[in-house]
Design a protein around this ligand. Sequence first.
Ligand code: C2E
Ligand code: MG
Ligand code: MG
Length: 585
Amino acid sequence: MSTQEQNRLFALRQLNLLDTSPSESFDRITRMASQLFGLPIAAVSLTDENRQWFKSRVGVDHWEIPRETAPCADVCDSSQLLIIPDLLASDCYRNSYLANSGIRFYAGAPLVTREGHTLGAMCVLGTHPREVSEQEQATLYDLAAMVMAQIELQHAFGRIDPLTGLSNRHQFAEDLQDMQRDAPNGQRVALFTEVVDASELSTLHRTMGPVFLDELARITARCLQQAISSKSKLYDLGGCRFVHLVDQTSDTNLLKEATRLRQALLVLETTRAIPVLVRPTVGIAHFCLSEVTAEDVLRTAHAACLDARQAGKGAGLFSWDLDAHYQRCFTLQGDIGPALESGNELYLVFQPRVSLANGECLGAEALLRWKHPTLGEVSPGEFIPLIENTPMIKPLTQWVLRHAIRQAAAWHRAGKTLQISVNVSATNLEEEDFARRLLDEMAHMGLPSTAIEVELTESAMISQGEVASNQLKALTAAGLRIAIDDFGTGYSSLSYLHEIPAHTVKIDRRFITELGEDARTETLVNSMISMAHDLGYRVVAEGIENDTSYHRLMELGCDEGQGYFIAKPLLPGIFEKWLYKKAAR
Ligand code: C2E
Ligand code: MG
Ligand code: MG
């Protein structure tokens, strides 16, 4: 094969056109050609090594014919317009494949790239002999130019990653549309390969620089392209992420294939082609062509990849269950803002806290509730952790504080001196004006400072910086009480306890639930109570669910109790009735 032909074939293959699905952008040109010439057959015919392959065709059923004796191949070789008014009258073509299949007329214009490579021909064919006018010749040239413009457009503009030369996400979307038109019910599988994860990527960017990342993308693209079969087209999604599609097969086979790809990438590392540790991960997502958009395919395959990474695996399949979980988290995070504005989705319930010595109700813990418009009641145990580290926790806590303070003030006005405790997140203490706003609100409602207690978890107290520490100091200086919530579940060292400016310790309910069942737990609770007392804290037991725990805690000298055995968290009206009944007893 001549070097020129080798270069031509290389240029043709680089365009990623061979054996791709039919595409409307080419089909409309072929249809137009057939109509303009009033001929039954028209095609965009590409000259491969041994065949003419049709990227687009009307009037023929097959995709390819042998290159030998094909007029298009001669157009390609000569890069000239070729007109054969009657194949049977031509010595060259009388016995050609086309003549044998009933074709009499052929006209083809060369498809030439900017670099001068002829890829094939734009041709029209008929079953009767025919002449071609000069105007028609010009038309055929124009049509060939339109095809080339489309090829170049597809190849270059916004569809090819300049770094790796691979098609990008936009081309993926268009190719998927073509596949959907071609085989709407086809089942495919997307393999999403991520060479390094997002945080590793930014670390590499920081330590090695962007040029290194470019090189990493190039090397891995080449390696992956070699590893996947040449029939599969690899797409570059940016950030060392790639996707390609394979035919439907068993999950076992897919996982094997994913492992094979990972191994190929890991070899790069061991051969030191990549001078850093990489953790390539492959996500696998099945889909039916007619049911998805490119977005869906990329999202699910990427989700599979992230899930696999999180599970410490090199490859994994997309899971609808896990996806539903993440979607729910995402929905909740997004909907808390509107919930705050709606005014009727959030409300507070109050769980009584009683003196274990005499059963008197001393106060209540305000607990947030969310009646989501579509998901129904959502537990704070679910949504608080989701927003605790987002800016939304600020307005949310503010909402809780305002409503709790108003309720506390209403009860105080009615002569009930209850202490209302409110849960506050660590992030809230980072707000410079947190204490001031809280104290202002209380003053505004005419509430004495002792009427509110702020509950913070152990870890929230310990991880505090200067701002947080100042907020706590301001609160305690004003006379507010601070409680350590969920005591015993953090990882704090006990030596820290005496430095924390708190007044109350709330022993976590997991210890209380096990009271009376486990002797070691009982020893622990006993020690927690005496130690907290020795350090001057008031001790509250959370989650008292039965008589046994209640009485045991009483014997152990625990000051207060809270739990379902005493009362569940109650709406304010019901709480009042509960108080009333209790007083009447
Ligand atoms: P927490 O502050 O430790 O609140 C105690 C939780 O235990 C409450 O769950 C309460 O309903 C539950 N509980 C009380 N007694 C019993 C019992 O006898 N048995 C059992 N199994 N559970 C009992 P809830 O209301 O679902 O709140 C869960 C967590 O959500 C709270 O734990 C708190 O950390 C957080 N939270 C609730 N409201 C707020 C809020 O307004 N702001 C913030 N930042 N967090 C909140
Ligand atoms: Mg609490
Ligand atoms: Mg608690």
